[in-house]
Design a protein around this ligand. Structure first.
Ligand SMILES: [Mn+2]
Length: 318
């Protein structure tokens, strides 16, 4: 399959690399590495709506400022490659049209819940990140990994492992990180850019959300509600809620952490994290998905009602 994917990339005329909605470091890093490898004939698509962009902390990465958005992307691609896209529902609006129209569709991912929705699927469920999957693909096919590619893959692995903290980190993951460092990746500088250059609004807003968190079931469950009016008060953007759930989980007794965010049209976006439990079990109940310790879903109810349904389900897992 890997060889075939490289042959398809070779023979493609115009390639669109699709990142997932609410792009994170893994999808962006993987897309940048691929774009860097493929060159001129590839474009990256950010699935962001009007006026929105990718999280500003990733602005140091190449190609993102010239990336297409849902607003300006044209239906001109014969080949589409999805990176870190867990399911076809994560391809939205006109991007779905482009995906359906493409002669060749390729899906490179590490989500266990990915069912293989493309013509060619290379999914290694359980591997740390799509960045790691991609690294192995380049290495197996003996493709040169340039410093630019290495930097992007490093961002993908670093951010999707929460700085090499999760169980998904294997000796191989660390070996790959070492190989990337040997290519010349400045690991300290990338860590600083990803974690220590957050906007003031982000840190202040996160502190506010953490302060308002509730702990229930002997402090085993922590949750907080993110309301649009509060975000406006702090000047917080959508991306600024990233990381709140991890802070809630970091409290010693907490096993399950939830962030419930107003998402418009009376729906609520839920992020969930756990220390030990498999949160995909909870996410799946609401048609969501993700990883064992980090998952999400959207509940089509206002935030206060969504909370009741979610806690009812979560308590079954405690
Ligand atoms: Mn990922």
């Amino acid at each position: 399959m890997i060889k075939k994917i490289f042959e398809l990339i070779e023979s493609a005329k115009k390639v669109l690399i699709i990142t997932h909605v609410n792009p994170d470091g893994d999808t962006l890093g993987s897309a940048c590495a691929l774009k860097s490898y493929i060159g001129e004939k590839a474009d990256i698509l950010l699935q962001v709506s009007k006026g929105k962009s990718y999280p500003e902390i990733y602005s140091f990465m190449p190609y993102l400022n010239e990336a297409k958005t849902l607003e300006n992307v044209e239906n001109i691609y014969d080949t589409v490659i999805c990176v870190d896209v867990a399911s076809v529902d994560r391809i939205v609006e006109n991007a779905r049209e482009i995906f359906n129209n493409a002669k060749v569709t390729i899906n490179i991912d590490h989500h266990k819940t990915n069912r293989g929705f493309a013509d060619y699927n290379h999914i290694l469920g359980g591997i740390s990140s799509t960045g790691e999957v991609l690294y192995e693909m380049f290495e197996v096919q003996k493709k040169e990994i340039t410093l630019e590619m290495a930097n992007s893959i490093y961002v993908a692995i670093l951010t999707d492992t929460g700085c090499f903290k999760y169980e998904t980190v294997t000796p191989r993951t660390l070996e790959i990180a070492a190989k990337l460092a040997k290519i010349g990746v400045d690991t300290a500088s990338i860590a600083r850019k990803c974690y220590d250059l957050k906007s003031k609004a982000m840190v202040m807003f996160q502190a506010y959300c953490v302060t308002n968190a509730k702990l229930i079931c002997n402090d085993k469950i922590a949750y907080t509600l993110v309301k649009t009016k509060d975000m406006e008060k702090f000047g917080a953007k959508d991306e600024h809620t990233e990381g709140i759930c991890e802070v809630l989980r970091s409290m010693k007794p907490v096993e399950l952490a939830f962030v419930l965010k107003e998402a418009g049209n009376n729906s609520t976006k839920v992020s969930m994290r756990s220390k030990e439990k498999d949160v995909t079990e909870i996410a799946k109940k609401f048609n969501g998905g993700g990883h064992i310790r980090a998952a999400g879903c959207t509940i089509k109810k206002p935030v206060d009602e969504a909370l009741i349904c979610l806690l009812e389900e979560a308590k079954k897992h405690i």
